[in-house]
Each structure stands twice: as structure tokens, then as C-alpha cells.
Design a protein around this ligand. Structure first.
Ligand SMILES: [Zn+2]
Length: 194
């Protein structure tokens, strides 16, 4: 069977299970961007796909709210297309999607901080402001059209966690302490939202 059919069967089974057993829970999708042969931004041996996955794992591991179910668009270092991601999201109909990325600006290595991109609607813009308030050096950027924002039929924000091209951000993003802190801020935001 082709990979895509297996994936769609997986989506169907997952949605059925969640519908049957978890209907009182709030589902939050954490989309760890990139994966597999798609490393995302790279600096030396630091890869965006690893940073996003580590932080996604910490969010799931440290979620102590039994009413919140964290669901991933990828579970491992695997390549999942943007279409597969939004197909899964639209089958699950979660309360919210948070897509995790890390930024890269080699021509301006001084650029730093968190950037939050909302969908073009009030709910998502409001969520982006709330998420931004959790991070000291952060800004909300409207008007960008990313696939995950355009094609998710539920509120979604895309979160650039910091700049891999900036020395200070890179050190923080790549440290256990930084990843733990970031995941805690995102969990705080999720628990405010529910
Ligand atoms: Zn990215």
C-alpha cells in the first residue's frame, strides 16, 4: 500500500478513536515543523527539525492537564507533507493548532526573538497576542500566508521560536534549559486558552 493510503487510514482510525474515547477532552495539535530529510534551518549540527521535535515532546510530556490531549502531526524524525498535516488537522478538528518552527536570517544575524503568525481571523489574532505575551522578546506578524494557517479549518498560529542564525537565540534554543522554558510558556498559554 502506498504511504499516502496508509496515512489516510491512520487519520481515519485516529479520528475514530479520539471521537469515541476522548470527546470530553480538548485536543491541541502541536505541529513540529520539518522532519526526515527536511531539516529546516541548519547551523552546524543544530537543526530546526530537532528543536521543534524536542519542544513538542516536552509539551506533551509536561502536560499535566487531564482535560487536554496533545496530538502531534509527526511523532518521530519523519517527513510529513504539509497536505498530510492539514488533512490530519481537519479530520481531528482540534481546539487549536500550534505550529513550531525556528527562524533563520543569515544576512541579519543580529535578528532575534520570537515571531508569531496568526491566521487571517480575529480568534487566531487574539491567540497570537496572548501567546506573544508569554515571551519577552516577541512580536505578532499579520498577513503571512503559510499553508498550515491557510488550510487548517480551526484556529492556528505559527510560532517561530527564535533565530538559529542569532548566537544568543541559537544557544537558548539548543539548550535543555531553553527548550524546557519554551515548552512551559506554551503549556501556560494552552492552559489559559482552555
Ligand atoms: Zn521552519
Amino acid at each position: 500500500m502506498k504511504k499516502i493510503s496508509v496515512f489516510f487510514l491512520f487519520v481515519a482510525a485516529l479520528s475514530f478513536l479520539l471521537f469515541s474515547f476522548e470527546k470530553d477532552k480538548k485536543i491541541i495539535v502541536i505541529d513540529a515543523a520539518h522532519g526526515g530529510s527536511d531539516n529546516g534551518a541548519v547551523y552546524g549540527n543544530i537543526k530546526e527539525k530537532d528543536i521543534t521535535q524536542n519542544i513538542a515532546n516536552l509539551i506533551k510530556k509536561n502536560n499535566s492537564d487531564s482535560d487536554v490531549e496533545i496530538v502531534f502531526t509527526r511523532n518521530d524524525d519523519e517527513q510529513i507533507s504539509l497536505l498530510e498535516r492539514t488533512t490530519l488537522i481537519n479530520a481531528l478538528k482540534p481546539s487549536m493548532v500550534i505550529s513550531l518552527h525556528a527562524n533563520f536570517s543569515p544576512k541579519k544575524p543580529e535578528k532575534s526573538g520570537v515571531e508569531i503568525y496568526p491566521q487571517d481571523n480575529e480568534i487566531s489574532k487574539n491567540l497570537a497576542q496572548k501567546l506573544s505575551s508569554k515571551f519577552e522578546n516577541s512580536r505578532v506578524i499579520d498577513g503571512e500566508s503559510f499553508h498550515i494557517l491557510r488550510h487548517s479549518e480551526v484556529p492556528a498560529v505559527l510560532l517561530e521560536l527564535g533565530f538559529i542564525s542569532n548566537e544568543k537565540d541559537r544557544g537558548y534554543l539548543n539548550s535543555e534549559e531553553g527548550q524546557a522554558e519554551i515548552s512551559k510558556k506554551i503549556l501556560d498559554f494552552i492552559s489559559d486558552y482552555r
